[in-house]
Write a protein that binds this ligand. Structure first.
Ligand SMILES: NC(=O)C1=CN([C@@H]2O[C@H](COP(=O)(O)OP(=O)(O)OC[C@H]3O[C@@H](n4cnc5c(N)ncnc54)[C@H](O)[C@@H]3O)[C@@H](O)[C@H]2O)[C@@H](O)CC1
Ligand SMILES: [K+]
Length: 507
């Protein structure tokens, strides 16, 4: 059976909306599926009681109530508070307008106990108290609601997950509803299949609710859930990421600057460039945001390896490649640096550095960001044009090298060797030089905000493409990579939850 974690489900749900399937429709399909299953399994039940929480699980419950009412059933509802989130609230108010559906709103265990006769009255009870949004120990009146449901003789039908059960592990921390039937959506939540969950789940039915399979593959706003953009009120400089960029040469001085500036715009505290002297001085002249450490001579060479390895100690992520060139000792130096750092520091490898690493195995967290030509230089394989085959090849190579590969193109293909994500944002206006360096900076920055390198790369590709689209919306085919830099904050803020959190006070 195909399984899904609660986080993956959250992401798929948001990405479905991005692909044009509104969440309200998913909720409608979910609630309708619950009603359908009740009508099928309990055709003779005439009285249905739904107990609904304030989240979307409760929202699904309200939709089921509407459908059962329309099917001629006698329905009562116990609401454990009034929902505030838009979708659940909408369905709650829709139920309140139905003639003949009695709704009791309860805030406390006592009020709930006063309604025990409702629980005895029912032929079937819908458990829509808690779903994938359960967090921590059960609070009241939810805990009492679960207890009363388990005492009531009527069979319980759980919406998505028996309330109280952990959707990912199947553990029951306190108590959980013992359901006769669980109607779960899209795919079985992982925890439902745990052996310990069997006595709570009862019969398990998986209902499609209209989430397109693409929603689990194409990168969208949901993927931001893997990254943490929040900051503690008492945070200090460096807490939000330090990126070291190794790049530049006599010929190319702009590339590492784009990487560093993109990382800063993406929300790291510090981006430092280690570059051969001419590129380092040029970087310094380009403005005060970026710090540059000069490496003696016109290009990266073996004598710099030691300095870079010790410099890297002070950083969270090292991005290497942009503007290095391939002359002289540079490829040897890249290989040496890679050997010293792989497995010890998360690495982002781009541009000329990719050409130097053919045949090398990665270790620890490593992300390669090639375009088609660099992919060939790295792996010896020409990436196929057709997206399906292209995805397969990237996945195989990622598995064999032991790294995440982000293959840039009309559709960016990202894989860690197990999963594949496709990014569809971007515009042909982005063929201008420097946009790849901006992407490298984003990847490096996002690596400081998640433990999931596949998602760091995927969200970086998404943001980079949207920044390009926004710049092109104003300037057409006349954008530069600098225009992308200006758009990055706006794009991230549209999708990321950027809260200030306060350390919990301890006694
Ligand atoms: N993610 C998806 O793809 C879809 C989700 N849907 C439904 O939405 C559910 C998830 O909705 P939500 O994320 O709103 O979460 P839930 O509705 O599962 O739970 C969140 C609510 O429960 C409260 N709560 C959390 N932990 C508690 C605890 N320990 N004790 C007492 N109260 C607690 C929260 O304050 C919040 O009000 C799914 O299980 C499913 O039923 C469906 O509408 C369809 C699509
Ligand atoms: K439930």
């Amino acid at each position: 059976m195909d399984v899904i974690t609660s986080l993956e489900m959250y992401v798929a749900d948001r990405n479905a909306e991005w692909l044009g399937v509104p969440r309200l429709v998913l909720m409608e399909n979910a609630g309708a599926a619950v009603a359908r299953n009740i009508l099928k399994k309990y055709p003779h039940a005439s009285r249905v009681l739904a107990i609904c929480g304030t989240g979307d699980n409760g929202g699904d419950g309200y939709v089921a109530v509407r459908h059962l009412h329309a099917a001629g059933k006698e329905v009562r509802v116990i609401a454990l508070g009034e929902p505030r989130e838009e979708l659940a609230a909408r369905n709650y108010h829709a139920v309140r307008r139905l003639w003949g559906v009695e709704v009791a709103v309860v805030q406390s265990p006592l009020e709930l106990l006063a309604l025990q006769d409702w629980l005895m009255w029912a032929d079937v009870i819908i458990d829509a108290v808690l779903g994938t949004g359960i967090r921590g120990a059960l609070r009241e009146p939810h805990a009492t609601a679960i207890e009363l449901m388990n005492i009531a003789p009527a069979p319980k039908v759980a919406v998505d997950i028996p309330s109280g059960l952990d959707p990912d592990t199947g553990e029951v921390r306190d108590k959980a509803v013992k359901a006769a039937l669980t109607v779960t959506f899209h795919k079985a939540k992982k925890g439902l299949l745990a052996p310990s969950a069997a006595r709570y789940v009862g019969e398990l039915v998986v209902e499609p609710i209209g989430i397109p399979p693409e929603a689990e593959v194409i990168v969208g706003p949901g993927d931001f859930a893997y990254l943490n953009f929040s900051r503690r009120a008492d945070s200090k400089k460096g807490d939000h990421g330090r990126v070291l960029v190794v790049g530049g040469s006599l010929e190319y001085s702009g590339a590492p600057v784009f990487v560093a500036k993109a990382a800063l715009r993406a929300g790291v505290d510090l981006a430092v460039i280690a570059a051969p002297e001419p590129a380092a001085y040029a970087a310094k002249a380009m403005g005060p945001d970026v710090i540059a450490v000069p490496l003696e001579g016109p290009r990266l060479s073996l004598r710099h390896v030691e300095k870079i390895a010790s410099l890297a100690e002070r950083f969270d992520v090292v991005a290497i490649g942009p503007g290095l060139g391939t002359e002289g000792e540079t490829p040897d130096a890249v290989r040496e640096i890679f050997k010293r750092l792989a497995g010890r520091k998360p690495l982002v490898v781009d541009a000329d550095a990719l050409k130097a690493l053919r045949g090398e195995k990665a270790a620890g967290v490593t992300i390669y960001t090639p375009h088609a030509g660099e992919f060939k230089a790295l792996t010896g394989i020409e990436p196929p044009e057709a997206l399906r085959e292209r995805a397969e090849v990237v996945k195989q190579q990622a598995a064999s090298i032991g790294a995440v590969i982000l293959l840039k193109g009309r559709y960016d293909v990202i894989s860690d060797g197990v999963k594949v994500k496709i990014n569809a944002t971007g515009t042909p206006a982005m063929t201008v030089g420097g946009t790849g360096d901006v992407l490298t900076g984003l990847v490096a920055a996002f690596l400081t905000k998640t433990t999931n390198p596949l998602e760091a790369a995927a969200v970086a590709a998404f943001v980079n493409g949207l920044a390009g689209e926004e710049a092109a919306a104003q300037l057409g085919f006349h954008i530069t990579a600098s225009d992308l830099l200006d758009k990055i904050p706006g794009v991230i803020r549209k999708f990321a939850r950027e809260e200030v959190t306060h350390a919990s006070s301890r006694a």
